[in-house]
Design a protein around this ligand. Structure first.
Ligand SMILES: [Fe+2]
Ligand SMILES: [Fe+2]
Length: 168
């Protein structure tokens, strides 16, 4: 991200009260995509989605809030299994219930959270903002899984480049 989320006062004013809650802070105790915590993933999804929503003239406040709360669940998704359905199907519903314990959600915010696993789940998002978050969530998941691999490759390429320069 070119702008740091924690230096963006407008963004902070939207999510600050949620971010301060122990329920959201507890996400720091869970690994999300190998190298990131669920909290850093949620902030990343929230902030990237917020910026896109703002550019497109969508509801950036709802997007930022629901983006932050979209993965508000407290279990290890690699090991926890449900009788009622898959993790992809279950955790958006659990996240909405948990989010409603700390704030009141609009219909738009509920749709953003419940539909964020669209494509893994069949129900189509109802709003543009829901599409933004589900796409950004997928982008962040891939980027988070690949980031150490990408940095390692960059270091490796730099080393090769330096060796070639020295040799030439
Ligand atoms: Fe999720
Ligand atoms: Fe997510």
């Amino acid at each position: 991200m070119s702008t740091k989320w924690n230096e963006d006062q407008e963004y902070l004013s939207i999510i600050e009260s949620l971010l301060e809650t122990k329920e959201v802070q507890a996400l720091a105790n869970y690994t999300q995509h190998h190298y990131t915590t669920r909290l850093s993933h949620s902030i990343s999804v929230s902030y990237r989605s917020y910026r896109i929503a703002k550019k497109l003239g969508c509801n950036e406040v709802a997007t930022a809030r629901a983006g932050l709360l979209h993965d508000l669940f407290y279990y290890d998704w690699r090991t926890t299994k449900f009788d009622e359905g898959t993790h992809a199907f279950m955790h958006p519903k659990i996240a909405v219930k948990n989010a409603q314990k700390i704030t009141s959600l609009s219909a738009l915010e509920i749709d953003i959270i419940v539909k964020h696993m669209w494509l893994a789940t069949v129900a189509f998002p109802k709003y543009k903002e829901s599409y933004i978050v589900t796409i950004v969530d997928k982008y962040c998941a891939v980027a988070e899984v690949l980031s150490p691999t990408v940095s390692k490759s960059q270091v490796w390429l730099k080393k090769i480049w330096l060796k070639l320069k020295v040799a030439s």
